[in-house]
Every structure is written in structure tokens, then in C-alpha cells.
Design a protein around this ligand. Structure first.
Ligand code: MSP
Length: 481
């Protein structure tokens, strides 16, 4: 038993929730549920990133004040998470004045400790990323993540954070070596280390021309750079919210590789400068394409999680996203493959196996498997495998292991043919088999709890009933829907 604090990125409030956001948020939800199930005290934080030039521009286009615009759009994220049954403990919005206060306090502390100075900055700025681009970031003169947006030349007096101070004396690398924090997966950690070793420039942490932001506490003519404001959400939520108090440092910051640099380098350096402990793990998953193409508004191929929920239902959508996408490498998703997987794994696999086994229990009589609690000996090896997979963020492998149990049951049913045994009058030999399969399905329900909480409950209820009868299909076939 312990404390577990897991975060997702706070998503830009001008965007609509899509499959990429949904994947990261589901990873966090599965881990949060798993830790709760294991008795840990959990704080699961998500939210929206609401300040900065990009949000200001989008609000103006929509004819709204930035805060009104942000409030409208933050609601879309909350709605999407509720339709996916995401059980976060707190939804933070950076426009919350209580967050803003912590941001100012923390920045003031870093300033007082001598890590912030004023200087002129000139460089290419990507509004899409809300960051200055370095020469080696550019691909054909454009930001690799926003090839349709022209980076703009900006020159202004800003406040700078002495990031270089954490490289010159190897503080960051030492912190990684000492295990003060860690970056996963390994390949991305090595990329980050390589980049740190090349040397780092100080970073501008304030803006003169952006009014939609948190004022620099000692100079109200500037606002705090939106990324600094945003990163501090992880800490501020442990200061000003009831649910999060006392949870700093985070056990896990989850995100995709696009924003690993901010979390693996800038954020730890800011924390060190403020004299605060570092997050335990910064974990970045890959980027996902749709049918092999970049997900983009202009291509019109953005997958809205709400559409998946409409087609497959909440529980199946959770399963499909987590089973289909890898964490470590980049991934691709296609609606066709999701449909096939729904049929094979859920309608035919889990749902049908449960109906088959309960049907036989109804016909041939029930054993005493319902009395057992916890994981049975039949699947104990799998428990270790699943735990290992989850500890390494291999959510797809964990699900594969769970669904392997279902195929094993199916194979054994086909092989032993209980209905034939019944015809031959060997009813006594059927019962132990039914007990075993029922027990294994109860194990499946325990393992599935963090991935498909409602399905797990349903299976348990069906199998723990005093009078077990053939289960209705848990996942209707798509053509019958
Ligand atoms: N607001 C910043 C984060 C600040 S955190 C202190 C931001 N927001 S974002 O809306 O752009 O979200 C980026 C994150 O969304 C990624 O890191 C990832 O979690 C998720 N994804 C968005 N598109 C994605 C894909 N195409 N593929 C995988 N994940 C993606 O950056």
C-alpha cells in the first residue's frame, strides 16, 4: 500500500478530444484503477491547458472571450472522459486563479534563487507548439509537428530560465543516473540524454505580447510562458486541491513523444531550481496514425472517441483502443481493424465464451467455484505476466495475456466436448471442468477490472449468482446492433 500520483498532459483547450488524447488518458485511467484495486491511495490528474497565444487566437475567431471559450471547450474534454468512464480525481484548468497563484509563487521562488534573468530573444516561433524552434528542430524550414503553419520570427525582451546551469554541472544527467527520476522507454531516454549532452541553451519563460496568461509576479508587463504555466499544473494540483494535497512528487507523468522534452528536461530543471523533488517516471508513448496517415483536421480523418463509443459502447472502446495501440512504438489504427477485433475478441471471444460456459452450467449443474476469492491457481502465472506488462506500460500485452485465458477455455471446451460426455452419461466428469472454466472466467473478471470495469462487474455478478443461467451476449455482434 502506498501513494500513487499519475498525470496526463493537460490538453490544449482549443482542440477537440481525439483518439491520441484518449489513449494517453486511458493509460492513466487503467494504471489509476489498477493501483486503487491494489489498495494504493491514488491521485489521478488530468485537465486542460488554457493560456497562450493559440487559445487567445482561437477564442477571437470564435468571437468569445478566452475564458468563455476555454470553459466551453474544457467541457468537451470532461464529456469525452465521462463517456469513456475515465475516473480522474481532479480536472485542472490553468485559468483557475488558484493554479495561477501557485504558478506565480513557484516562479518567484525560482527567480529569488537566481535562476531567472532578463535578455533579448530572437528566433523562430511555432504557435502550434507554443515554442521557439531551434535550427535542428526544423524540417524543410517548418516545425515537424505543424508543417502547415509558418513559424514566425519573434524578437523581444524576455525573462530567461538558466537551463544551461543544469547541464554545465551535469545536474540533470546525474539526477537520471542516481534514479532521482527516470525516462521511459529506454530508447527515448537515450535520445534525451544524447540531446542534453550536446549542450542546452537557456529558455525564454515569459512573453511580452501575450496578454492571456499569468502575469510575471515581479513584472506585470509580461506573462509567464504557457509551457511553464502548464507544467506547473502537476505541482499546483497537489497544493490547492483537496484531493491532491500531499501527493507531490508525481509517480508518473504520461504523454506522447511530442512533448517529452518539456517533461524530461525543462520540468525537472525547473523543479530543481525551485528545490522540489522530481517526478519518479516520465513515460512517453509513440504517435498514432489513422490508416497510415497523420491524424489531421485537414485530412478529415481525426477519430473522435465519442464516435467510437457510439458504435462500440464505452467498455468495448476502452478495450479496443488499449489492445490495438502499442505504447513503446508508434502505432496505426483503422476502423476496420477495430471492427474485426470487436467481433473476434469481444463478441465471439469473451462474450461468447461466457455464454457457452454459463449455458453448460445451467444445463449440467453448477459446482462450487463461486466460493473462491482472489486469483485461482489456474491462472496464477498469468497474474505475474500481467503485472509485469503493466509495470512496463505494455497495456496491449496485458490484454493479450488476459484474452489468452479465454481462448484456452474455448480450446478446452472444444476438445472435451461436455455435451457428448453428457450424452454418454458422464455428468460427474463435466462438473470439475465447468468449475475450472467458471473459476478462470472469474479470474478474467479480476484482471479486466482496470480495463473494462463494468464488464468485469457483470461477469462477476453472473458467475456469483446463486442460480447461474446462460449469459446474454455481453457484446452484441455488430451486424445485429
Ligand atoms: N498542452 C500541451 C501539454 C501540456 S502538459 C503540461 C499539449 N497539449 S496537446 O493537446 O497537444 O496534447 C498532446 C498530447 O496528446 C500528446 O502528448 C499525447 O498524449 C496526445 N496526442 C495527441 N495526438 C496524438 C497522436 N497522434 N498520437 C498519440 N498521442 C497523441 O501538448
Amino acid at each position: 500500500m502506498g501513494k500513487y500520483f499519475v498525470t496526463t498532459p493537460i490538453y490544449y483547450v482549443n482542440d477537440k478530444p481525439h483518439l491520441g488524447h484518449a489513449y494517453t488518458t486511458l493509460c492513466a485511467d487503467v494504471l489509476a484503477r489498477w493501483h486503487r484495486q491494489n489498495g494504493d491511495e491514488v491521485f489521478f490528474l488530468t485537465g486542460t491547458d488554457e493560456h497562450g497565444a493559440k487559445v487567445e487566437e482561437s477564442a477571437a475567431k470564435a468571437g468569445l472571450k478566452p475564458l468563455e471559450f476555454a470553459t466551453q471547450n474544457a467541457a468537451r474534454f470532461k464529456q469525452a472522459w465521462s463517456s469513456l468512464d475515465i475516473a480522474y480525481d481532479y480536472f485542472i484548468r490553468t485559468s483557475d486563479s488558484k493554479h495561477e497563484q501557485v504558478v506565480q509563487e513557484l516562479l518567484q521562488r525560482i527567480y529569488d534563487r537566481g535562476y531567472i534573468y532578463q535578455a533579448e530573444y530572437q528566433g523562430l516561433y511555432c504557435v502550434g507548439c507554443e515554442k521557439f524552434l531551434q535550427a535542428d528542430d526544423l524540417v524543410n524550414g517548418k516545425c515537424p509537428f505543424h508543417p502547415n503553419t509558418e513559424p514566425v520570427q519573434q524578437k523581444e525582451i524576455n525573462y530567461f530560465f538558466k537551463l544551461s546551469a543544469f547541464v554545465d554541472d551535469n545536474k540533470l544527467l546525474k539526477a537520471l543516473e542516481d534514479g532521482q527520476y527516470n525516462i521511459v522507454p529506454e530508447a527515448r531516454k537515450n535520445e534525451v540524454i544524447g540531446k542534453i549532452k550536446k549542450g542546452l541553451q537557456d529558455v525564454s519563460i515569459s512573453r511580452a505580447g501575450v496578454s492571456w496568461g499569468v502575469p510575471v509576479p515581479w513584472d506585470n508587463s509580461q506573462t509567464i510562458y504557457v509551457w511553464v504555466d502548464a507544467l506547473i499544473n502537476y505541482y499546483s494540483a497537489t497544493v490547492f486541491t483537496e484531493q491532491g494535497k500531499g501527493f507531490w512528487p508525481a509517480n508518473l507523468h504520461l504523454m506522447a513523444k511530442d512533448i517529452l522534452w518539456f517533461h524530461a528536461v525543462i520540468w525537472p530543471a525547473l523543479l530543481m531550481a525551485a528545490g522540489l523533488p522530481l517526478p519518479q517516471v516520465v513515460a512517453a508513448h509513440g504517435f498514432f496514425t489513422i490508416d497510415g496517415q497523420k491524424m489531421s483536421k485537414s485530412l478529415g480523418n481525426v477519430i473522435d472517441p465519442n464516435d467510437l463509443v457510439k458504435e462500440f459502447g464505452t467498455e468495448a472502446t476502452r478495450y479496443l483502443i488499449m489492445a490495438e495501440l502499442p505504447f513503446v512504438s508508434d502505432g496505426d489504427i483503422s476502423l476496420n481493424r477495430l471492427r474485426q477485433r470487436y467481433q473476434s475478441d469481444l463478441a465471439n471471444g469473451l462474450g461468447n465464451t461466457l455464454s457457452r460456459v454459463t449455458n453448460m452450467i445451467e444445463k449440467f449443474g453448477q459446482g462450487n467455484f463461486v466460493s473462491g476469492e482472489g486469483i485461482s491457481a489456474y491462472t496464477r502465472d498469468t497474474a505475474a505476466g500481467i503485472e509485469g506488462a503493466l509495470l512496463n506500460y505494455h497495456f496491449d500485452n496485458a490484454l493479450w495475456l488476459i484474452f489468452r485465458i479465454i481462448s484456452l477455455i474455448d480450446e478446452e471446451v472444444d476438445k472435451t466436448k461436455p455435451w457428448q460426455m453428457s450424452k454418454e452419461g458422464k455428468t460427474d466428469q463435466i462438473k470439475p471442468l465447468l468449475n475450472k472454466w467458471g473459476t478462470m472466467l472469474l479470474d478474467v473478471s479480476l484482471y479486466l477490472k482496470s480495463f473494462m470495469p463494468e464488464t468485469a462487474k457483470k461477469i462477476e455478478k453472473i458467475l456469483r449468482d446463486d442460480k447461474i443461467v446462460k449469459a446474454e451476449p455481453l457484446f452484441p455482434r455488430l451486424d445485429n446492433k
